[in-house]
Design a protein around this ligand. Structure first.
Ligand code: ADP
Ligand code: MG
Ligand code: MG
Length: 890
């Protein structure tokens, strides 16, 4: 039988799968000799069993008995012992930290008898009754599912009766009264008495933690963070230490470095005479951790020492929860801390400089998603002083970025307005897990309470969402839908505000945004050694990634400007140049003539008019990508995309009656003739080239002539001609032979020989499955994974995304849209087959990918695993793909 319970002395930090993050790290700290209150952990395996079967695994109860007995022996008192009770906390802890998602119950073991024992032992009656009422409150809320407001209201009533607004003024008898009141609330709401048996309290709390794995907001958080649904959570039973035993006690949270900037120093919040959640809940105002030096120098020094021990041990920035009980410091939690994207890059390089990690590890410590965040625009310096905007206040810079939107005060409104496509900023006094949906919907989050470790700050950082928290000078009136800033300025729902997550500034009005320094660095406008620590860190890690990468990164670019930008961003060529974009605008008229042509002569005239224009386009792109490969895809979409809308045109012709323009009539005939039920699967790609004589030839000629012209001008063009939507090798052969003929003609006519590869896209399942045949005729494959995803799943992207994808995600049919991250099992399998078969027929065949997946981190890793030669993505994603290509190779 598996072991379901581990004492803190038995585990270690690598057992996160089994003990959860909290349990594994409590064990690690225990074994480092740090002061952790003794306890034990019930494994995730026990939780999974419970979730699957509805009851705990056999043998668990006995194992818990044994560990509890050992804990009692060690502590010299029994759980809930009436004259001197052992009290414990029951704490959830999954493998991935899910801030605020799961519930914790403190002070388990108190009842009508042991509360007296606790009062006796501590010599503090008030403390004992406060602890007891907290137990009933937390137990009532999280285990029995009672609305927490009922308890809060009772506390408020007690304070009113005492004529105070501060918990600190409540006396022992007030808390005693609250205990009675709370017990009555439990009876009324849950239809049962608060359980007085300590072991029953503990067992019910353990179950509640197991159950909380499937709480709505836990499910939502996991979906948001792409955490697998079936991991389950561990449960930690930890002997209690008390921060609410007077002024020489307290509780706090700390980071070993600033989680926003990465700077080393003392970062955190401390709250005197308080227990557990009080700090993070933002209920009372905390003091900065540096104040602890004044309050309790010994504990402060010891804490700093421990923070250094932890950083050196974990070789990373850690966050910490601690409690001081009458001058004695206890560690209650640590983990590798969440951080902003900028801090991730900075910290990785700082640790590298401290020789704590090597450069491979530094690259592992950052992600493409973080790099993408750093490329977001930010507020333009200087513009905040303009008349259109007014600075209201400075709060804490909890999560960077620049967000502009309408102020909203509830999750419901945030979701509603965002659903209509409006940008909103969620403004709250503080957030709690119920606000998650609103935070997801909002561009940014602003709170008036809570520090950098408050729920709002932690969750926003995790989501990469801009957040300013603890703007205490704001008076937020959620019910009234407004807040008031110093100077009496009132901001109502719907007023536009701007928040700067990097400085903490809050503005009324819309502040203009500008490019980030990281983008300016990539653009070549900011030197790596120009003194910006972040830019230097990005530069250092990018260089290493480039050195490691096996994949090239190319760009999807259709014009010289994009090509030039892509090149500055480090593109190794163009992987997809879509030629249909060159058929729009003024040229649409020429395309119309091509479609309306009634004979070969008319058609040729239209093609002849288009050709020099295409040639110009290609010359510009070859010039921008001189010396690098440029893959040009021949025209792909159905021709009616270049004609007017059928409904509009019918109405126009119909209304004009006999007086209708003859050109309109001809157009309408053509539109009607070309109309397709399902254009995605209709006359497009190679099929067009085979059906409309001269169209592909014109394009190939334009490519060849542009290349020849560039060569004559001293350039080094490297064209690759790509045929879309091939399903059978015969299609490709026909087009290839025609294209080869034209390339030869141009060579003879110009006297310049520019070699051009001819290859195909693999974007139909049949192409993937017959890749061996197709490779006989193709010098390269480029996986068009957008279409390959559509054709493999049999759904059209435009139709399904809005219609049912959210439902599919909800049902867990896929964890992420297959258009965002390549579906490894299905589409990915086709890619693997085609790559293998293609290589068999043509060893060394060039393989790339040009769907949007080329810029998605997970998909880049997949392409590396399959051994493709390159990925191609939009110019802005190139740095992300470069970084991930390097990380994939490490
Ligand atoms: P979360 O995962 O939400 O942080 P925790 O299990 O860490 O939940 O507990 C919530 C709060 O209670 C934290 O502030 C924690 O430090 C405190 N706490 C948990 N266990 C104990 C204990 N045994 N003694 C004192 N405080 C505790
Ligand atoms: Mg915690
Ligand atoms: Mg396609």
């Amino acid at each position: 039988m598996p072991k379901f319970v581990y004492d803190f002395t038995e585990g270690n930090k690598d057992l996160k799968d089994l003990l959860g993050g909290k349990g594994a790290n409590l064990a690690e700290m225990t074994n480092l000799g740090l002061p952790v209150p003794p306890g034990f952990t019930i494994t995730t395996e026990a939780c999974r069993h419970y979730l699957e079967h509805g009851n705990p695994p056999g043998g668990l109860a006995e194992e818990v008995d044994r560990h509890l007995a050992a804990l009692e022996a060690q502590m010299g008192k029994r759980l809930g012992q009436s004259d001197d009770p052992l009290l414990v906390s029951v704490r959830s802890g999954a493998k991935f930290s899910m801030p605020g998602m799961m519930e914790t119950v403190l002070n388990v073991g108190l009842n009508d008898e042991s509360v007296h024992g606790l009062a006796e032992q501590s010599g503090d009656e008030r403390f004992a009754w406060d602890s007891y009422r907290r137990l009933i409150q937390m137990f009532g809320k999280t285990v029995l599912g009672i609305d927490g407001d009922l308890f809060e209201d009772a506390v408020e009533a007690a304070k009113d009766a005492r004529g105070t607004k501060d918990d600190a003024d409540l006396r022992a008898e007030d808390y005693r009264g609250l205990v009675e009141r709370f017990k009555a609330i439990v009876r009324e709401q849950a239809g049962r008495d608060f359980p007085s048996d300590p072991r029953e309290q503990m067992d019910l709390a353990v179950r509640a933690v197991f159950d909380s794995w499937n709480a709505d907001r836990a499910i939502l958080y996991r979906r948001q963070e792409r955490i697998p649904v079936d991991l389950g959570t561990a449960v930690n039973i930890c002997s209690m230490v008390f921060g609410n035993l007077g002024a020489d006690s307290g509780t706090g949270v700390a980071f070993t470095r600033d989680p926003a900037s990465g700077q080393q120093g003392v970062y955190g919040d401390y709250l005197q005479n308080a227990q557990g959640e009080d700090v993070v809940a933002g209920i009372r105002n905390t003091v900065p951790l540096t104040e602890l030096e004044r309050i309790d120098k010994d504990s402060y020094d010891r804490l700093l020492e421990i923070m250094e021990t932890l950083e050196n041990h974990y070789r990373d920035m850690c966050d910490i929860e601690f409690t001081i009980e009458r001058g004695k410091l206890w560690m209650l939690q640590t983990r590798v801390g969440k951080r902003t994207a900028a801090a991730a890059f900075r910290i990785a390089c700082q640790l590298l400089d401290q020789d704590l990690i090597d450069v491979d590890e530094a690259a592992r410590r950052v992600t493409g998603d973080q790099l993408a965040q750093l490329m977001f625009p930010r507020f333009a310096a200087g513009d905040q002083g303009s008349d259109a905007v007014k600075k209201l206040v400075r709060g804490m810079n909890a999560s960077p970025g620049a967000a502009v939107g309408k102020a909203v005060f509830t999750t419901e409104r945030a979701v509603e307005l965002a659903g209509r496509g409006e940008d909103v900023i969620l403004v709250r006094r503080e957030t709690n897990p119920d606000d998650l949906a609103g935070m997801v919907a909002a561009k940014g989050v602003l709170t008036s309470r809570g520090g950098k470790t408050s729920h709002a700050a932690v969750v926003a950082r995790g989501m990469g969402k801009t957040c300013v928290c603890g703007a205490e000078d704001l008076d937020v009136d959620v019910k009234g839908g407004r807040f008031t800033a110093p100077g009496g300025i009132t901001v109502k729902e719907g007023d536009v505000i701007s928040i700067d997550g990097s400085s903490g500034d809050v503005y009324l009005g819309e502040v203009p945004v500008e490019d980030s320094p990281v983008v300016r660095y990539f653009e070549g406008g900011l030197a790596a050694d120009g003194g910006d620590e972040l830019v230097a860190a990005v530069d250092r890690i990018m260089r290493h990634a480039d050195g490691r990468a096996a994949l090239d990164v190319r760009a999807n670019a259709d014009n010289p400007e994009d090509a030039a930008r892509a090149r500055r961003f480090g593109a190794a060529g163009i992987g997809l140049c879509r030629t249909e974009h060159m058929f729009l605008g003024d040229r649409r008229r020429l395309v119309e003539e091509l479609i309306l042509a009634e004979d070969a002569g008319q058609r040729q005239t239209a093609l002849d008019a288009l050709e020099p224009l295409q040639k110009q386009d290609f010359e510009g792109i070859f010039e921008a990508m001189d010396g690098l490969p440029v893959t040009i895809r021949l025209i792909d979409p159905p021709l009616h995309e270049f004609l007017p809308d059928i409904t509009e045109l019918s109405v126009k012709v119909g209304l004009a009656g006999d007086g209708a323009d003859p050109q309109d009539r001809r157009l309408l005939d053509a539109v009607t003739r070309l109309h397709e039920q399902n254009p995605m699967l209709g006359l497009r790609g190679v099929r067009l080239g085979l059906v409309i004589p001269g169209l592909f030839s014109m394009q190939v000629r334009a490519i060849a002539e542009a290349a020849a012209a560039r060569r004559r001008a001293g350039g080094d063009p490297r064209p690759e001609i790509m045929i879309p939507l091939v399903g059978a090798v015969q299609e490709l052969e026909a087009v290839r032979d025609e294209a080869r003929g034209i390339l030869d003609e141009v060579k003879d006519a110009t006297g310049v020989d520019v070699p051009a590869l001819i290859g195909t896209m693999i974007e139909l399942p049949r192409a993937a499955l017959t890749a061996r045949q197709i490779a006989e005729a193709a010098e390269f494959f480029s996986f068009g994974t957008n279409d390959l995803t559509q054709t493999t799943w049999g759904f059209s992207r435009d139709d399904v995304e809005a219609a049912f994808f959210s439902r599919y995600l909800e049902l867990g049919i896929f964890g992420v849209s297959p258009f965002e991250t390549l579906d490894r099992d299905g589409v990915g399998r086709l890619v693997r087959i085609a790559a293998e078969e293609g290589r068999k027929a043509r060893p060394g065949i060039k393989l790339g990918i040009c769907g949007e997946h080329g810029g998605d981190p997970d998909s880049v890793h997949f392409c590396h695993e399959v051994g493709l030669d390159y990925v191609s993505c939009s110019p802005f994603r190139i740095p992300v793909a470069r970084l991930e290509a390097g990380r994939a190779a490490i």
